[in-house]
Design a protein around this ligand. Structure first.
Ligand code: AMP
Length: 448
């Protein structure tokens, strides 16, 4: 199928062509006709499947075509009468908000559509000024949108379409009550689109409550990570990991590597070490200002930085075309986070590599990840960096607190953090669950 067969307007097709896309991804091919028809939609699709364009393209079309009474954004009348947003996209993180906005602007650039993203961690006044001037599509994180509602700086009474993006993440991050409050402020008659990577029971319940006779669209689940991502493990002592990483950068001339650490402190320290060794690097985590994060991402995307060292929460939703390599400097405690991490590579048909540096202290995490993947990962030892530690340290490694922290009961985490970072609610670790046998490893030869 080609984009031209989806009934999209010439302005949208032009923007799509400028991106170099000709063929819709499966989620786009399935979802776009339903959204164009004004139907509610329940879509099971992860980041990396092209889900953003699957709702952005048809929604821009609905706002800008003559069949819609509220269309033709370039006419002076419309500018005067429609200052309030007609599409509201709720997303769990500011990074995702910025990325959805970027997509709206990319695909909508020949249409005159006006858009804005509101999220915490940056000043509210510029957002208020843009809202006053009038916008068509508003992308928002729930906490900041509630701030605007409380201050009466946003009017949601004209919203025709609500999009809940990464609904499962919204639950993980404790946003459900905020979402319910926001929904109460929307017109009762509207189109609803819900995108989620999983249909956990709570997501189903929410979907049941707000979607009316939805079309169901499901694309290959990636719990089940992209087949194009090759995954492997290097077994190494914790104390040697930095040297191993430097060795790999130097030996393979790596560039554009997304490196995951569990803690903000760890990410800072590793980024510094890489930089000192001549590998240009930046850290991305919740203590960084929004400006610093935006700059780091831009420098990473443009290739100025060879490495971006990120925590799980900061990396959520990072959208980088054809990222070649993800390195887990430390394994996540929640096995599903591993899937999210490696989902940053091997996107949209490109191949990718996910490499994990695993110390003996992380054997439980590795076992849980392999159970989730339902297979063992290829494991090897790097000559010259053979692990010496034979037993795990008796207690759990006391490092800095992982960035993923439980929210205080009743707290509004997005506003409680130093920089407005919303922390996530705890999720049960899966250690010891399931009946599969613990995964063993062979000691292979040198990794590549
Ligand atoms: P998403 O799932 O929305 O995060 O999109 C994943 C990546 O796929 C983004 O970098 C998009 O720019 C890219 N993408 C979206 N649609 C297409 C398409 N039809 N063909 C190729 N790449 C696409």
């Amino acid at each position: 199928m080609q984009f031209t067969e989806l009934g999209l307007s010439p302005e949208l097709l032009r923007a799509i062509g400028e991106q170099g896309y000709t063929t819709p991804t499966p989620i786009q091919a399935q979802a776009i006709p339903h959204v164009l028809a004004g139907r509610d939609l329940e879509a099971l699709a992860q980041t990396g499947t092209g889900k953003t364009a699957a709702f952005v393209l048809p929604l821009i079309q609905r706002l800008t075509t003559a069949t819609n009474p509220a269309a033709q954004p370039d006419t002076p009348l419309q500018r005067i009468t429609h200052t309030a947003p007609r599409v509201l996209v709720l997303v769990p993180t500011r990074e995702l908000a910025a990325q959805v906005l970027e997509s709206v602007r990319t695909y909508g650039k020949h249409t005159g559509i006006r858009s804005l993203a509101v999220y915490g961690g940056v000043g509210i006044n510029p957002q208020i000024q843009t809202l006053r001037r009038g916008i068509d599509i508003l992308v928002a994180t729930p906490g900041r949108l509630l701030d605007h509602l409380e201050q009466r700086t946003v009017d949601l009474s004209k919203v025709q379409t609500l999009v809940l993006d990464e609904a499962d993440r919204m639950f993980d991050m404790g946003f459900i009550n905020d979402i319910r409050k926001i929904i109460q402020r929307l017109p009762k008659v509207r189109q609803n689109l819900l995108f989620s990577a999983t249909f956990a029971p709570e997501v189903r319940e929410l979907a049941h409550g707000i979607l009316k006779n939805p079309a169901l669209v499901e694309v290959a689940r990636r719990n089940a990570p992209a087949e194009l991502v090759s995954q492997s493990v290097i077994r190494v002592d914790q104390a040697q990991k930095k040297d191993v990483l430097l060795h790999l950068f130097e030996a393979h001339g790596w560039h554009q590597v997304l490196v995951f650490c569990r803690t903000k402190h760890g990410a800072d320290a590793l980024s510094k070490k890489l930089d000192q060794s001549g590998i240009r690097s930046a850290a991305l985590h919740g203590n960084k200002s929004q400006n610093a994060r935006t700059r780091a991402l831009a420098d990473f995307k443009s290739g100025k930085l060879a490495a971006l060292v990120a925590t799980d929460i900061a990396a959520r939703g990072i959208d980088i075309d054809s990222l070649p390599r993800v390195v887990n400097f430390e394994l996540p405690h929640v096995p599903e986070d591993y899937i999210h991490r490696i989902g940053r590579t091997g996107r949209a048909g490109a191949s990718g590599e996910a490499l994990s540096l695993v110390s003996i202290d992380e054997r439980i995490q590795l076992r849980d990840i392999e159970r989730l993947l339902k297979r063992e990962l290829e494991s090897s030892i790097l000559p010259g960096f053979e692990p010496q530690q034979k037993h795990a340290t008796p207690r759990a490694p006391v490092g800095r607190t992982p960035e993923r922290r439980p929210a205080a009961p009743g707290a509004r985490p997005e506003r409680s953090g130093r920089n407005g970072e919303r922390s996530s609610a705890p999720r049960p670790a899966r250690s010891g669950s399931g009946g599969g046998k613990p995964a063993g490893h062979h000691s292979g030869q040198r990794h590549r």
